[in-house]
Design a protein around this ligand. Structure first.
Ligand code: TXA
Ligand code: MG
Length: 343
């Protein structure tokens, strides 16, 4: 049975956090909010608890997990050989939606890192996440709290839709802030390498880290043996219904009039076609990509609730957080554009 504990997002109740922390130290699974998406957490130092994460999510064993810490001294428990310069940088950007890859420490169970000798670490900024990790006194391994291939959860309801009965406790603090996952940087190579675009933008990172290399696979969706974050090679973020990107050929009145299509788009685009109808899901304003990011995964899940055969989604500029948005949209649609026969 999954227990849901509602907590305040800013000042979480210490009694409820203590209950969740106890579940973690006893080897259980706790889903908790971070500023990006909800995570499915277990004690990172307990191999059996870590194995349960993979089982609950139906996650391939070669797809490693992110380890969440609440204070800098915990970094030493999970990573090795972090240079003073890197420590300095991490101290500046954490807590926040940025994950670094370091060399894994021997103490950390191999299962956390898949087949690699590196560990992905981040210190989240969500008060509930920080309180939970502090109270548990252990680093917490946590992938996004969705079933493998499904869109990441941005609310406790999404977590329950995928994992009810498979997780001991869900800490419900409402919707997450960014709505897309953290940015992942490999800090073991020079120049630093972007492995997954996310809530922290490339532009911000370049200001902070200098040159950051961006592999081709970041802008390409298809599964490739070249995907560098192992998780990026799997089908991901996908609604159950087929989803197509609109591409740059534009919407048409015909599309908005079709009954078997669900349209996921900005408020502006919807207005220009006077398209507001029951099959339109609004992502937010095209002028505020943070709003679009925040509603993206929720909208992909909402498509499955519509009585339609397939979905079409608007595309956005790959700038700022738009890079993360488009990375997720391309993956969710397997990089497929709408066939011209449908237009
Ligand atoms: O915002 C986030 O990062 C959320 C919250 C819960 O923190 N977590 C998250 O975890 O998105 P997950 O497991 O859904 O995605 C982690 C990604 C995967 O693509 C995985 O392959 C990559 O990080 N990753 C983890 N460890 C790695 C490693 N040692 N080498 C390369 N990639 C790694
Ligand atoms: Mg995930």
């Amino acid at each position: 049975m999954t227990k849901v504990l509602k907590v305040d997002a800013v000042e979480p109740d210490t009694g409820k956090i203590a209950i969740a922390a106890k579940a973690i130290t006893e080897g259980g699974l706790v889903a908790f909010p971070t500023e990006t998406v909800y995570g499915l957490g277990a004690n990172a130092l307990d191999p059996e608890a870590v194995a349960m994460i993979f089982k609950a999510k139906n996650r391939p064993a070669d797809n490693p997990l992110i380890v969440h810490i609440s204070k800098m001294t915990q970094l030493r428990e999970v990573a090795e050989g972090v240079s003073p310069r890197m420590l300095n940088i991490a101290e500046k950007v954490w807590p926040g939606p940025l994950t670094f890859l370091f060399r894994k420490s021997d103490r950390l169970p191999q299962a956390v890192c898949g087949l690699t000798d590196k560990v992905a670490v981040r210190m989240p900024s969500h008060p509930v996440a920080l309180a939970l990790i502090s109270a548990a006194c252990v680093p917490i391994a946590a992938p996004s709290a969705n079933l493998s291939t499904r869109p990441s959860p941005t609310s406790a309801a999404h977590v329950l839709a995928d994992l009810d009965g498979k997780v001991d406790i869900v800490l419900d603090a409402g919707d997450t802030f960014f709505g897309v996952e953290s940015t992942i940087i490999d800090a073991t190579c020079r120049p630093f390498r972007l492995l997954r675009p996310g809530a922290c933008t490339l532009e911000e990172l370049q200001r902070l880290l200098g040159r950051v290399s961006v592999p081709m696979s970041v802008k390409k969706a298809e599964s490739s043996a070249h995907a560098i974050a192992p998780g990026m090679k799997y089908r991901h973020y996908a609604p159950s219904k087929p989803l197509y990107m609109l591409g740059n050929k534009g919407f048409s009145h015909k599309l908005f009039a079709m009954k078997n299509v669900g349209i996921i788009c900005s408020r502006e685009l919807c207005r220009s076609y006077r398209g507001a109808g029951k099959n339109v899901i609004i992502l937010g304003s095209e002028k505020n990509l943070y709003e679009i990011a925040r509603n993206l995964f929720k909208s992909l899940r909402a498509l499955d609730e519509l009585d339609v055969e397939f979905g079409i989604i608007e595309t956005f500029k790959e700038e700022g957080i738009g890079l993360a948005i488009m990375n997720r949209i391309k993956k969710a649609s397997a990089d497929m554009e709408l066939p011209s026969t449908v237009r």
